[in-house]
Design a protein around this ligand. Structure first.
Ligand code: C5P
Length: 285
């Protein structure tokens, strides 16, 4: 039996645009995604000689074939024809669930990377990411990691220059949003403002952190904020204490702020932690 170890890193959406509904019921997206340093740890025993198992340090997360990490292992074995002769997956969870931080997708992506490495890299990183789209829309980006333009359902990836060094504050309020419901809601309203993805790409090419912060935009943010005004409270505290820009990530409910330094981030954490214990300081990766 061999034990594999892999980090599973969260993501934030620097931009998120929904372009339209597709015949398959999904939506075409255009999003600049960024990996951040909030991480789960994934350990995989390969060759246990027993039925597959999965355990997770957090409660309320499925520990069977419904878990994206389990699905990823299944998809990897089916598509490469490898038989691990028993797999046991253990997830130490730190990425909050229902946050728009891609926690489940990050775990799945870590399983894909770990198994691919174990078997001598039969798949290139881009082929592995493409395989991830069978598991979930955010899995391809979480497999690639870094900074990328993500399009289609989430399976078309184009790496971008890395985000300039900065410190994030990430704050997960005590509610979660159903992603399918949010997409359905968006289908019923006109989207008044769209992100300027070209300008975001240019800001990254220029390495201009303030320009990156100025181009943050997520079409889901106003829709969720309208029902949950505490998101505005979190954003206003970040803004008052020196944030360069702040917004909700993915379909929520976490908000992230780009801070100029660790010291500024620590002050924001101090201001928010009593009302919002799900608060983190992170770096871009
Ligand atoms: O692919 P994933 O399971 O992460 O998607 C969750 C839900 O989000 C889907 O069932 C769908 O309702 C919605 N979705 C979408 N278009 C995308 C990604 C997700 O409509 N590109």
């Amino acid at each position: 039996m061999t034990t594999l170890y892999e980090g599973a890193f969260a993501k934030v959406n620097l931009t998120l645009d929904v372009l339209g509904k597709r015949p398959d019921g999904y939506h075409d997206l255009q999003s600049v995604m960024q990996t951040i340093s909030i991480r789960d740890d994934v350990e995989i025993d390969v060759g246990t000689g027993k039925p597959w198992t999965l355990s997770c340090s957090a409660e309320g997360i499925p520990t069977d074939e419904r878990n994206l990490a389990w699905k990823a292992a299944r998809v990897f074995c089916d598509s490469t024809g490898k038989d691990p002769e028993g797999i046991s997956i253990r997830i130490t969870k730190r990425i909050p669930s229902g946050a728009g931080l891609g926690g489940g997708s990050a775990d799945a992506a870590a399983v894909l990377r770990a198994l691919n490495r174990h078997y001598g890299e039969p798949l290139s990183i881009l082929a592995l990411a493409e395989l991830g789209s069978q598991v979930g829309s955010d899995v391809p980006f979480c497999t690639l990691t870094g900074t990328a333009m993500v399009e289609g359902r989430g399976e078309r990836l184009r790496p971008l220059p890395p985000m300039p060094d900065c410190t994030f504050v990430v704050c997960k309020p005590d509610f979660s949003v159903s992603t399918p419901e949010l997409y359905r809601k968006l289908d019923t309203v006109a989207i008044p403002v769209h992100p300027d993805n070209r300008a975001m790409e240019n800001a990254l090419i220029a390495g201009d952190l303030q320009a990156v912060a100025d181009q943050l935009y997520n079409v889901f943010d106003p829709v969720v904020t309208a029902d949950h005004l505490e998101l505005n409270y979190i954003k206003s505290i970040c803004n008052s204490y020196g944030s360069l820009g702040q917004q909700m990530t993915g379909s929520g409910s976490a908000v992230f702020a780009i801070m100029p330094s660790f010291e500024y981030a620590a002050v924001v954490c101090n201001m928010l932690k009593d009302n919002f214990p799900g608060i983190f300081i992170a770096k871009p990766i």
